[in-house]
Design a protein around this ligand. Structure first.
Ligand SMILES: [Zn+2]
Length: 270
């Protein structure tokens, strides 16, 4: 009887010790928080999710993030839900390995490595959008390059690289950027550019602010649609030349707040 009782207590103590060690290991591996971000920035991130959905850039899929203003090694992004439904309570914090700081049972986007690896490679980038924007898809799977057709998409001047995940992975995959190595390869593909297409998948768009990343996402979709229309009319198409793209990019770049305010009102006012 005594022996049985002692055995029982021993097993309980061992389980308790095991749980404590696991918790300590968790505390050691979970990244520390950079602290709460400005609520206005969280509002902008929520608005970005709603705008991208309202403008047809994302649907049930796609995501947008912002670098944490207090720590360049952290970024903020919604838990894994449709962008149109995102609220401030859904925003999570990640380190650049794309490990959640405080998951609390919330699930993360599978392709979050796109964000972490681009923030790591590009100190200038403050916001990243990943989307499956429908009109850009054909330009990722054909030999027709996506080029700036009008002043609103002047940022496409200088070329739009294409990420081929099969080359990055060394063989066929499920097409998803589901680990850091694939994210790093994508960061290498985009290089210093604002947009990269992803063959058979979508696009990644970056910017020095949420507003600019959203602006570029909307006008990349628009340019792709217009370019396909122009090409369908037949005959040669005249694109912005490099100098026009540079000049127009400078002029239009200063006005992004105007469509942002409009889109925000439309997307949040419903
Ligand atoms: Zn995707």
């Amino acid at each position: 009887m005594t022996t049985t009782r002692r055995t029982f207590l021993g097993a309980g103590a061992a389980a308790l010790a095991h749980a404590m060690i696991a918790r300590m290991a968790d505390a050691q591996t979970a990244p520390t928080s950079a602290g709460p971000a400005d609520p206005a920035l969280i509002d902008d991130l929520v608005a970005a999710n709603r705008i991208l959905a309202d403008q047809g850039v994302v649907d049930g899929y796609g995501h947008v993030s912002v670098r944490h203003p207090a720590d360049p090694q952290r970024y903020l992004m919604s838990r894994s839900i449709a962008p149109e439904t995102v609220t401030a309570a859904d925003i999570m914090e990640y380190d650049l390995d794309s490990t959640a700081v405080d998951a609390r049972g919330r699930t993360s986007y599978l392709e979050r490595f796109i964000h972490g690896e681009i923030y790591r490679a590009r100190p200038d980038v403050k916001s990243v959008v990943h989307n499956h924007s429908p009109s850009v898809i054909p330009f990722g799977v054909t030999t027709v390059p996506l080029r700036p057709l009008y002043h609103m998409s002047a940022f496409l001047g200088g070329g739009v690289p294409i990420y081929d995940i099969k080359a990055a992975a060394g063989g066929p995959t499920d097409m998803l950027v589901r680990n850091a190595a694939l994210g790093r390869a994508l960061a290498q593909t985009i290089g210093a550019r604002p947009v990269a297409l992803m063959r058979g998948h979508g696009a990644v768009v970056v910017g020095p602010s949420i507003q600019i990343a959203v602006f570029r996402s909307v006008y990349t979709e628009m340019n792709a649609r217009l370019q396909a229309q122009a090409m369908a009319l037949g005959g040669p198409v005249t694109y912005l030349d490099d100098e026009e793209a540079r000049l127009a990019g400078g002029s239009v770049g200063g006005t992004v707040v105007r469509p942002w305010d409009l889109w925000r009102k439309k997307a949040l006012g419903r």
